[in-house]
Structure formats: structure tokens, C-alpha cells
Write a protein that binds this ligand. Structure first.
Ligand code: AMP
Ligand code: ZN
Length: 494
């Protein structure tokens, strides 16, 4: 497949022409969430960015197998090799089973991403579903002589790996082992390691640690980095096209993943490493651990002091896509209000476009050049801000046709319609607002309305007209009007 797509590869630090290993197939792995609390808007930005990348690759004709994991074990506090598992800590504090925490926040994650109109990945594997494979990879690395057992735990031997593979550790993040040593804090368990730069493949569980599995070395649990090495190679092979995640994962997580996979055969596991930049709030990275976060639900209801009003999921998505995925983006209510205006302008233009009448021929706009520009902006490392700016040139043209200042032929009208809607809906993944409010939920909304109407009917039957009227008025506040008929009440949204 001839490709014009260029992607910025964090491994080389350059934009490169994208060449799939086995075109038209593309394998893409993205690190998923650690499901111990609600996803915040920063997490959403990363997953929306990769959804856009998934969508554009698919739109360009690739058959993408998109694997995004769920981290449901092994991720310790402070991303370290010591401490409590984030999930079991939450379970302890809330007196729930760890798997109840996992279930609750996996559902929350799916619901939020569906509201943002993200497509689901092709495979969504979990760390706890791949313990056997993780033990087996740790064994293979031990057999290669690049890991060692210490007191029931297994550590990756960074020194031995560097000797075998020419100082490869640090190839992604650019960090040198010497720098790492001076930065390593004195943590418990460091004494088990030969070298502070070594990292855990398997940890022996302390008596307190409830998420544990049997292994040849101890009752314990896998190291955080091991799961992604295992799940990516299991579903995409030992050598695949794209690996992504937020840029905070470059080190140590992705650096360690490369080392674990490369330890087996010396070959690089991934051709293109893509890293998304952070969403910030007051200039600081949004992060669960510091509490500097906004939750998607707060945006949709407007229930937060930082917000002037509520914003719909599509406005938030549009706001995110107006920035390039590799630029940082600062959140503010003002910026969202501006995005809302832009989004509405785009949607209004689509409505106008559907009403336009064709003329004999086109004039006032270079349509083919414009179509090429849209593709070129996405082929330039998924440059959505430039794409959106170019789309607004098309919006200007639509409005000038409407005002009689330009014309369009019927074939050009078809091209304009199909191109604009493909980029808005398929590539950027936006949806008109009305569709969202009930999409996928029609049945639920009908069932809920039936419950409300039944209780109003019962109130009327028992002559409690005050309650019946109150229900009608509350529904009216939501623009839902009731019509009483012989068969009971009917409702409609005005
Ligand atoms: P976690 O659940 O903490 O493992 O994070 C899930 C994903 O969200 C990772 O790819 C992180 O890099 C990403 N992420 C975390 N904070 C932010 C942020 N403020 N902006 C963008 N992405 C983020
Ligand atoms: Zn990962």
C-alpha cells in the first residue's frame, strides 16, 4: 500500500513515512487505564487521541487490530516496585473486593468513552487474564540470563541486558543508567536488587497483599511492565507496527517493555512509538495522584466551580481535537466556550449544506485542492488542528453559496458533502448533539418514561393531583410534554 502518512516516532525522535509490516493490516497496542478510580479528563484526552488515530488509519484503508489493555493488577503506588497495589488499596479503603473495584471502574471507563463516541478496541485484554503468560515470559528472560531471582521476587538485570545488547536500555527515553542511579530513592526492597536500575518482573506478595497468584518463585504478582509486553506480543506478534500511550509512560513503563521483549531475541518489538501529550489544568498536569483533575461527569453537568456551564461530550471532544496530540493542552471554561461556538458553526454548516441547490457549474472555490489539503493535514502526523482550520475554509464556501456569492455544480456538491461528513464523522468521530442524547439508550429512555408515566397515572387515580401536576411540570422543565389520551399519557421532546 502506497502511504503518504507520516508519523512522529518517539524512538527516532523524527517524523517517518508510515510503512505497515503486513499492509493492509496494522497492529496497534495502546496502554489502557488502571481501573482503580474514575477516568479523568486527562486520561480521556489520550484515549480520544488514539481513537482519532485508529479512525484515520481505518479511513485510509488499513485493517487495524487495535489492542488496548485493562490494568487490573500489578500497578503499584507511585509507579514503583514497592508499595500497595493501587486497586487493592482502593478495595481496602472502600471495603470491597479488588474485582468489584475493577468491575466498577471498567464500566465507568467504557461508559465515558462511549459518550465521547470512541470506537471500542478490537481486543481488550486484562492483566489478571494473562498471569500464566506473564510467568512464562519471566521464565524465558531468566533462562536467557537477563533476570535473577531474589527472595521470591524476580528482577530484570539491566546491566546484563546492556552488556548483551550494546547499552540498549534507555533507547526510547534517552535516559542513561548512571542518571537513573543518582535519582533512585532509597526504597524498601532495593536491597533485593543487584542494581537500583533493575525492575521487577515478579514480586513476592507480603502477607497483607491480597491480589496474589502461585508461581515457581513465590505466591505473588507480576510487575506492571510485564503485562503490556505479554499482551501486545500475544495478540500482535513479536514485531508489530504501533505502540502508544501518554508521554508520562515513556519511562519507565515503555522503556522496560522494550527491554523485556528485546531480551528474548534482540529484535525491536515495535516499529513506531507514539506518545500523546498531557491535558493540564492551571498549567499543571491533570493527575489522579495530585487531585488536580476534572471528571467527565462534572463537565457534562457543569457541577464544578471551574466551569461556567455544562458542556456536551462532543464539544469536549472537539476542544481536544483542536490541539495536536503531541502538544500540551490547557483546560479552561473559556476555551471550552470557544470550542462550543466552533463546533456549532460546523454543525450548522452541515445543515446548510444539506439544503444547498446545485448550479450549472462551480465557482468561488478550489474544491479539489481543498480535499487534498484535508488529507494532507491528517497525513502530517494526524494534524487535527490544521485539518479543522482547513475544514472551516469549506464552511466559508458553504455559507457563500447560501448567500449567493458562490456556486457549486451537482457533482461538486456531492464531493463536498461526502468529504466533509467523512472527516467530521468518521475521522474526527464527532456526532450531532441530538443523536447523542438518546443514542443506544432509546429503549432505556422509553422504559424510564414508562415508569414515570405509570406513577403519574397512579397519583391521578388516587386523586393526588398535586403530585401528578408536579411530575408534568418537572418533565416540562426538561422540554418533555405530555398528552393525556384514552390509552394513557404519551410524551414527546419539544
Ligand atoms: P493510568 O490509568 O494512570 O494508567 O493512565 C491511563 C492513560 O492516561 C495513560 O496513557 C496516561 O499516560 C494517560 N494520562 C494520564 N494523565 C494524563 C493527562 N493529564 N493528559 C493526557 N493523558 C494522561
Ligand atoms: Zn502498558
Amino acid at each position: 500500500m502506497e502511504s503518504k502518512l507520516q508519523v512522529y516516532n518517539s524512538l527516532s525522535g523524527k517524523k517517518e513515512i508510515f510503512k505497515a509490516i503486513n499492509a493492509p493490516h496494522v497492529g496497534m497496542y495502546v496502554c489502557g487505564p488502571t481501573v482503580y478510580s474514575e477516568v479523568h479528563l486527562g486520561n480521556c484526552r489520550t484515549f480520544i487521541s488514539f481513537d482519532m488515530i485508529f479512525r484515520y488509519l481505518t479511513y485510509s484503508g488499513y485493517k487495524v487490530r487495535y489492542v488496548r489493555n485493562i490494568t487490573d493488577a500489578g500497578h503499584l503506588e507511585n509507579d514503583a516496585d514497592e508499595g500497595e497495589d493501587k486497586i487493592s488499596k482502593r478495595a481496602r479503603l472502600t471495603e470491597l473486593e479488588p474485582m468489584e473495584i475493577v468491575q466498577k471502574y471498567t464500566l465507568d471507563f467504557h461508559n465515558v468513552l462511549a459518550l465521547f463516541n470512541n470506537r471500542p478496541p478490537s481486543i481488550e485484554p486484562t492483566a489478571t487474564g494473562h498471569i500464566v503468560e506473564q510467568i512464562s515470559l519471566a521464565e524465558d528472560i531468566l533462562n536467557k540470563g537477563l533476570a535473577y531471582e531474589s527472595n521470591g521476587s524476580v528482577y530484570f538485570d539491566v546491566d546484563a541486558y546492556n552488556k548483551e545488547y550494546d547499552g540498549a536500555y534507555g533507547e526510547l527515553s534517552g535516559r542513561k543508567v548512571e542518571d537513573l542511579l543518582s535519582n533512585t530513592r532509597a526504597l524498601d526492597g532495593q536491597s533485593e536488587k543487584r542494581n537500583p536500575a533493575d525492575f521487577a518482573l515478579w514480586k513476592k506478595a507480603s502477607p497483607m497483599h491480597i491480589m496474589r497468584w502461585k508461581s515457581p518463585w513465590s505466591d505473588g504478582f507480576p510487575g506492571w511492565h510485564l503485562e503490556c509486553s505479554v499482551m501486545s506480543s500475544k495478540y500482535l506478534g513479536n514485531h508489530f507496527d504501533i505502540h502508544g500511550g501518554g508521554m508520562d509512560l515513556k519511562f519507565p513503563h515503555h522503556e522496560c517493555e522494550i527491554a523485556q521483549n528485546k531480551a528474548l531475541d534482540g529484535k525491536k518489538p515495535v516499529n513506531y512509538w507514539l506518545h500523546t501529550n498531557m491535558l493540564t489544568l492551571n498549567g499543571q498536569r491533570m493527575s489522579k495522584s495530585t487531585g488536580n483533575t476534572l471528571l467527565p461527569g462534572e463537565l457534562f453537568t457543569g457541577d464544578n466551580d471551574k466551569l461556567s456551564k455544562a458542556f456536551s461530550p462532543m464539544v469536549v471532544r472537539f476542544f481536544m481535537l483542536q490541539a495536536h496530540y503531541r502538544s500540551s493542552l490547557d483546560f479552561s471554561s473559556n476555551a471550552l466556550e470557544a470550542a462550543e461556538k466552533g463546533f456549532n458553526k460546523l454543525m450548522d454548516a452541515l445543515a446548510v449544506l444539506n439544503e444547498l441547490e446545485a448550479s450549472e457549474d462551480s465557482n468561488g472555490f478550489e474544491l479539489n485542492t481543498w480535499v487534498e489539503k484535508l488529507h494532507a493535514s491528517m497525513d502530517d502526523d494526524f494534524n487535527t488542528p490544521v485539518l479543522i482550520a482547513n475544514m472551516f475554509d469549506g464552511v466559508k464556501y458553504i455559507n457563500s453559496i447560501k448567500h449567493g456569492d458562490a456556486t457549486i455544480s451537482s457533482s461538486d456538491l456531492e464531493l463536498l458533502k461526502s468529504t466533509l461528513s467523512a472527516f467530521i464523522f468518521e475521522v474526527l468521530g464527532l456526532k450531532p448533539e441530538e443523536e447523542i442524547s438518546t443514542s443506544g439508550n432509546d429503549e432505556l429512555v422509553n422504559d424510564l418514561m414508562q415508569i414515570i408515566l405509570d406513577s403519574r397515572m397512579r397519583a391521578r387515580q388516587s386523586k393526588d393531583f398535586a403530585s401528578a401536576d408536579r411530575i408534568r411540570d418537572l418533565l416540562a422543565d426538561l422540554n418533555i410534554t405530555l398528552k393525556d389520551g384514552k390509552m394513557g399519557a404519551e410524551w414527546e421532546v419539544k
